[in-house]
Design a protein around this ligand. Structure first.
Ligand SMILES: Cc1ncc(COP(=O)(O)O)c(C=O)c1O
Length: 392
């Protein structure tokens, strides 16, 4: 164990089950540990590093920002990068206005406050979320998260947030009453186990929101920004949200998140309603433009092609190991292999063989590599997973 790991164990709050691996440097889609080993990375900082590591465009942009002598000036003043980032994001998504913060949880907090403010016009407070969802770890966000394990020990939760069953429209209908002002959902549930929404379900939720004057929030923190093979996962379904939240990939590895309001949700906040010291700082928003450039140049379509390739490889693995695998799920390069054995055993075996993968839910092996991964590296990852399953 390197000294870094010992130092962390001694000094960190014990919130993470971090593996005993410290990353020394990175290049392309490989991470290099202080253990002297190289690792093919199918985790990407948990669906963050879409453009891979040591990316020359990212390095150049950091230098360009630093030439001006600052990363941050607060929202008391404008900087030269955030306005363009907001405008490009609105153009890409069809949104109308953007609030920048630093994490997915914060983006969802902003969305929750926005729908409560919207509801306050008509005295409504109730928000419907879903079982197996994940929206982050701040109080509003864990309450929106429909998984009991995140609530245990932290009661009381934020009031008037209730949970329907994902992909079950009737369960949503049952929860709607005169107090309901919004629904929040992930178009593809990520942490809950890589579960895409069914077409009729997501369209049905949109319709229910329209009929009942409720705002629809799509949490695209994990499934946004090219990962599913479209710029935003909702584009697969031909439905639009009233509010969308983004984080993870948007800052190219630097903390940044966005809450995007579409037409109906425009103008909910007034000055003083919401804020973030670091939100929309020059460094993070300058880096988001590097990603937006790539999205405008077809990054999502590339992810769709590679995702199909990875998916067909995973299907073959599933067929070769019917005793250990049950289903391949997901879209683009957000894929899950549902296992009949413990994901942690497969993760450990893959790591021994130089491949990093992570889990989702209790049974799913998750694949969320950099979107710039090459076909040869997909082959390599697949053969390591195949070997690992054979040996377990
Ligand atoms: C769908 C979704 N929403 C929100 C979050 C929370 O993001 P953050 O950890 O940046 O607060 C996550 C994180 O995994 C997520 O997957």
């Amino acid at each position: 164990m390197s000294d870094y790991i010992a130092l962390a164990k001694e000094n960190y709050m014990k919130t993470y089950a971090t593996q005993d691996l410290c990353i020394d440097h990175a290049d392309g889609i490989y991470l290099y540990g202080t253990d002297g080993k190289s690792y093919l990375d199918m985790v990407a900082g948990i669906a963050v590093n879409a453009l891979g590591y040591n990316n020359p465009k990212i390095k150049e942009r950091v230098e360009e920002v630093m030439k001006d002598g600052f990363f941050h000036v607060s929202n008391l003043y404008y900087n030269k990068w955030a306005p363009e980032a907001a405008s490009r994001l609105n153009r890409l998504s069809g949104g109308s206005e953007v609030f920048f913060a630093n994490s997915g949880a914060e983006a969802n907090e902003a969305a929750l406050k926005a729908v409560r403010k919207y509801g306050s016009r008509t005295g409504r407070t109730k928000v419907i979320s879903f079982n197996h969802s994940f929206h982050g770890r701040t109080y509003g966000a864990i309450t929106l998260t429909g998984q009991d394990k995140y609530h245990v020990g932290f009661s009381p939760m934020v009031p008037d947030i209730v949970y329907a069953e994902y992909n079950d429209l009737d369960s949503v209908k049952t929860l709607i009453d005169g107090n309901t002002c919004a629904v929040i959902m992930e178009p593809v549930q990520g942490e809950g186990g890589i579960i895409p929404a069914e077409m009729s379900f997501i369209k049905g939720v949109r319709k229910l929101c329209d009929e009942n004057d409720m705002l629809l929030i799509f949490d695209c923190v994990q499934c946004g920004l090219g990962r599913t093979g479209k710029n935003f996962a909702f584009e697969h379904y031909g439905v639009r949200p009233d509010i969308m939240t983004l984080a993870k990939a948007i800052g190219c590895g630097v903390p940044l998140s966005a809450t995007v309001a579409f037409d109906k949700a425009k103008g909910i906040f007034s000055p003083g309603d919401h804020a973030s010291t670091f939100g929309g700082n020059a460094l993070a928003t300058a880096l988001s433009l590097v990603l937006f450039d790539e999205l405008e140049n077809g990054l999502a379509a590339e992810a769709a092609r590679k995702g199909e390739y990875l998916r067909s490889g995973l299907e073959k693995i599933k067929e070769a190991h019917p005793d250990k695998c049950s289903e391949v799920r997901g879209m683009g390069l957000m894929l899950g292999l549902d296992l009949k054995i413990k994901p942690s055993d497969v993760i450990a075996k893959c790591r021994e063989k130089g491949l990093l993968v992570c889990s989702a839910g209790y049974t799913v092996l998750r694949f969320v590599p950099p979107l710039v991964i090459g076909y040869e590296d997909i082959d390599k990852a697949l053969s390591i997973v195949d070997e690992a399953l054979s040996e377990l």
